[in-house]
Ligand binder design. Structure first.
Ligand code: SF4
Length: 227
């Protein structure tokens, strides 16, 4: 078990320092070439791996290029095109509806405000934050995905449990200039080392400051369960 630094903002600063060094090229792993493709890819990525989304989108983005083309695609056709993705039927509905709104209400442009984005079907705060950050260069929040949720709790950075309250908590202790990279660094660490099941604490650069470290800690603070 490591000893977390106190107060929490000092722990955050040290964690970020080390992760920046460990993952110097950390960035979004979805592939896209414009805002519409980014929005579609992020909607598809909910509870699905970025790798699979990238594979599916390589063909999808060749077939459909405009909001109107997605909106006018028959439901069954679009669902079939993304059928290897989790919840493909619902996601096809979301994409058709969101793209109809983009075409009719936003002159075919992906909106650039949180409220307009979250009014679109299938777009919650997490998706909207990604689109704002990477599509519009507007950083007004921290994207809290499953890795950020898990690792922030393991490191004692937050005790909140739900993405919305975790984000509000993090916004108060993570310096604003790191809001975007915070997510990418935690995702990289979650994939490489601090995996959901059986994290590799023995090879973790954060082990000495992590209260969940498995050496002699019995509890995974992410879940509250014993290791
Ligand atoms: S891999 Fe282990 S030591 Fe590292 S952050 Fe995760 S739980 Fe803590």
């Amino acid at each position: 078990m490591g000893t977390p630094l106190s107060p929490r903002d000092v722990q955050v600063e040290e964690v970020l320092d080390r992760l920046y060094e460990e993952y110097p090229d950390s960035t979004i792993s979805l592939r896209y070439s414009n805002r519409l493709e980014l929005l579609i890819a992020v909607i598809l990525s909910a509870q699905c791996t970025d790798e699979r989304v990238n594979t599916v989108c390589a063909d999808l983005f060749e077939t459909y290029r405009t909001p109107e083309e997605y909106a006018n695609a028959p439901q069954e056709e679009l669902a079939e095109a993304i059928s290897s993705i989790t919840y493909y039927n619902n996601k096809a509905k979301y994409i058709r509806s969101a793209c109809a709104d983009i075409a009719e209400k936003h002159d075919g442009e992906v909106p650039d405000t949180m409220s307009e984005l979250t009014d679109l079907a299938g777009v919650g705060r997490k998706t909207a934050n990604v689109v704002l950050q990477h599509g519009h260069d507007i950083v007004e929040g921290i994207v809290v995905d499953t890795h950020v949720q898990r690792i922030s709790r393991r490191l004692g950075i937050t005790e909140e449990e739900r993405p919305g309250t975790i984000e509000r908590d993090l916004l108060g202790i993570v310096p604003e200039e790191h809001w975007q990279q915070f997510t990418h660094l935690f995702i990289d660490h979650g994939r490489a080392t601090c995996t959901a099941i059986n994290p590799d604490c023995a090879d973790c650069v954060l082990a000495d400051i992590c209260p969940s470290e498995k050496g002699d800690s019995t509890v995974d603070l992410a879940s509250g369960d014993t290791w």
